[in-house]
Design a protein around this ligand. Structure first.
Ligand code: SF4
Length: 196
């Protein structure tokens, strides 16, 4: 296979670092390293990226600290060992089963990532609510938004979904309270600055 055949076509996707959701175009170079640029056609960032998004591919290309396979320790005093998926899943299921049998379904819980897709949330909810019979499921999406919800309730009277980004350029006045959008949502703040 020559080097040209190794090059994957570019893929459009979304920067995973923050909730702004900037569009990126990801490609692979001749050495199979991932490269990326901001997507000029994306309605959120129109090709712009902040320093985090701009350097996303360095994180992806560095596999030195990535968990690539299941690890398990047989008790607290033993070191982590590499195991197969079957061994890891069978052990997890056995521990869950033992606890549920002894203390009931509410003795176990799932705490899921905020980065899961809707279908993954559906499956994990179905597993704990429909199969195990407990409501003990939460994700860091809720924890992440809880302070924002309190802020919305205290300042606006109720929780609310974010506005359309198009309103940033249409607004005459923006009220920012208890937040630093230039730091936390840099690409949106650049749009605010440009509109101002
Ligand atoms: S603002 Fe920065 S970190 Fe957030 S999605 Fe855009 S490029 Fe990524």
């Amino acid at each position: 296979m020559n080097q040209k055949e190794n090059i994957s076509p570019s893929q459009t996707t979304t920067c995973c670092y923050c909730g702004v959701g900037c569009g990126i175009i990801v490609s692979k170079d001749a050495h199979q390293n991932i490269t990326l640029v901001g997507d000029k056609n994306h309605p959120v960032n129109k090709g712009m990226l902040c320093s985090k998004g701009m350097n996303l591919h360095y994180t992806v290309n560095d596999k030195s600290d990535r968990l690539l396979y299941p690890q398990m320790r047989y008790n607290k005093n033993m070191p982590l060992q590499r195991v197969s998926w079957d061994v890891a899943l069978e052990r997890t299921a056995a521990v869950f089963k033992t606890l549920i049998k002894k203390y009931g379904p509410d003795s176990v819980a799932f705490y899921a990532s905020g980065q899961c897709l809707t279908e993954e949330y559906y499956v994990v909810n179905k597993l704990i609510k429909g199969f195990i019979g407990s409501n003990n499921i939460d994700t860091n999406s809720r924890l992440c938004m809880s302070s924002a919800v309190m802020g919305y309730k205290m300042s606006l009277g109720e929780d609310s979904v974010p506005i359309s980004y198009d309103d940033l350029e249409l607004a005459d006045c923006l009220f920012v309270s208890g937040a630093n959008p230039a730091w936390c949502h840099p690409i949106l703040w650049r749009r605010v600055e440009a509109a101002a």
